[in-house]
Write a protein that binds this ligand. Sequence first.
Ligand SMILES: [Zn+2]
Length: 319
Amino acid sequence: MLLRCTQTVIVPLAMLLLVVACKNKASKNPEGGKKTNIVASLDSASLIQDLAYLSSEALGGRETGSAGNALAQDYITKRLDSLQLKQTDSGRFQSFSVGNKPPAITGKNIMGIIPGTTYPDRYYVISAHYDHLGTKGDKIYYGADDNASGSACLLALARYFKQNPPKHSFILAFFDAEEKGLIGSRYFVKHLPVDSTKLLLNVNMDMVSRNDKNEIYASGAYHYPFLVKYVDSIKSLTPVNISFGHDNPKEGHNDWTNQSDHYPFHLAQIPYLYFGVEDHPDYHQPTDTFDKVDKGFYFRVCNMIKETITILDRQEKLQ
Ligand SMILES: [Zn+2]
C-alpha cells in the first residue's frame, strides 16, 4: 500500500495482552471464530510458510532492484513454474525501468495464466505487489502485512485455481515497484498481455493479514456498484466482517482509489475490487513483521477472497 496516512495508536497493556492471547488462539486453530459455510480449501501450512519466507530477514524488505527483491522473484517464479502456470505471449515477466536517475533500477512483474474452461477469451486479473520498502540504515522494513500477505495469498490462489480451473481465464500478476508509485501495475496496464476489451476485472490484494476488529474492506463498489451484490452474497458465509468503503472521493485521504495497484486498472476503466485492512501502527514501519500477523484471520480472509472470486467467475456477465 502506497500512501496511507499513519496515526499513532496508544494501546493499553491489558488490551495488548488480550490481542496476543487471541492471536495465539487463532494461530492454533486457523478455522476458529464463528461457523463458516465457506470450504477452507486453501493449504494453510504453505500459506503461512510463504508469508514467513517473503517477510524474512533474508529478503531485506524486498525493495525493487535489491538482492532481496530478486530472491522474492525467484521464489514466486519457481512456484508458478512448478504449478505449470501458462506464460503470457511475452513470457513469465515484464521488465521496466524505475525512475530516471542513476543507478538504473529495473522492476519486474511476474505473471501466470490459468485458462478458462467456459470463457477462455474473457480475463480476470488477480494481483498483489511483492515489493516493499527495503532496508534503511540498519532497519529492515519487513512488510509482512504490506504486502507479503497479499503475495502469499496469491500463491495459494494460484495453486487452488490450477487444481479447480475457473470458467474465465485468470491472469495472476505479482507486481513490482508498487511502493515506488504503482510503477509495475501502470506498466502492466499500458502493456496488457491480452486485448484490453477482453479484460473484465481486477481483484487486488494489499495488506490482508491483520485487523483487531476482524474486519476487511472490499473497496471499489462506489465506482462499480454492480459488485455490491456479489460481495453481499459472501457476507453471511464468512466469519470475517466485510465492509464497503474507502472508495469515495469525499473521504479525502481515506479514499484508497489511488493507493494501490488497482488504480491503473480504474484509470483504464477496468472495474476493480480491492481487498485490504485499515491502517495499523506498524504500517510502513520496521515493525510490520511476521509475528504480528493474525494467522487465523489471514487464513479466513484468503479463503473468503477465493470464494468471492469463485462467485464472480460463475457469472456469465458481470453487471
Ligand atoms: Zn505499502
